[in-house]
Write a protein that binds this ligand. Structure first.
Ligand SMILES: NC(=O)CC[C@H](N)C(=O)O
Length: 237
């Protein structure tokens, strides 16, 4: 089995450490003896149309506008999604996957990529802090998702997108107690952390979607302890 992970536009969307999501995906695949290639693309480079998982991170309002313009001009993200790629966007990377986002200096809605049926606009107050959600459709300990959020934009879901999770602590999408969105193989979420380091089951879910096969669980007691610490911290905050 082989897998290409594509880390998109670190120069624009690299300030929240979400590149760690690409590293977590690569490591968890490697630990299972999957042949992994991690490709970084910057504005001006063409995105590979045959990438398996595209990872997009958080960034500032202006940078996310530049990123969406470059991605639209490139166009290959659409070809990759049509070919079955998984796309995972965090915060600004989540908002730009939607139909529009209005979080710039003038709050004017900017056109998104339209890969998720969501719209984002400035919320009543900036959401900053630890977030705890329950992953919809999952049970057990893996269903708890933790991270930290830091965003002004709040997000409404349209009919074609399903929420990823339900908020227990924090703001998430902001309007209705939901967090993140899923539409086919495109997933967006607000938490940083990196979120896939905090929530390995979500990382494995992306790998399984991309590979089209179920993966064996990886035993990692250190990660389990770290995860329990993060869960305890947010529950008592
Ligand atoms: N952390 C982020 O990526 C922030 C995204 C966006 N600029 C907002 O404030 O909503």
């Amino acid at each position: 089995m082989s897998l290409e992970i594509v880390l998109v536009y670190q120069s624009l969307l690299g300030i929240y450490g979400d590149q760690g999501n690409a590293m977590v995906l690569a490591k968890r695949a490697e630990w299972r003896d999957i042949d992994v290639r991690l490709t970084q693309v910057e504005p001006g480079d063409e995105l590979p149309t045959d990438g398996d998982i595209f990872v997009i991170g958080g960034g500032e309002d202006g940078a996310q506008t530049s990123a969406v313009e470059a991605l639209r001009a490139d166009g290959n993200i659409y070809r990759a999604v049509d070919a079955g790629a998984v796309v995972f966007g965090v915060c600004a990377g989540y908002q730009i996957l939607g139909n529009s986002f209005g979080v710039g200096s003038d709050d004017e809605p900017r056109q998104g990529l339209g890969l998720l049926d969501i719209t984002s606009e400035r919320g009543p107050e900036r959401a900053v802090g630890e977030i705890l959600t329950r992953w919809n459709g999952r049970t057990g300990d893996d269903a708890w998702l933790t991270g930290f959020e830091n965003h002004s934009g709040y997000t409404r879901l349209g009919a074609d997108a399903e929420p990823l999770a339900t908020v227990e602590v924090g703001v998430g999408n902001g309007f209705d107690g939901t967090e993140g969105a899923v539409q086919g193989r495109v997933i967006g979420t607000y938490p940083h952390g990196p979120v896939l380091a905090r929530n390995p089951a979500l990382a494995d879910h992306l790998l399984e979607m991309a590979l089209g096969t179920e993966l064996d669980r990886l035993e990692s007691p250190e990660h389990d302890i770290l995860r329990q610490q993060r869960l305890a911290a947010v529950r008592t905050s």
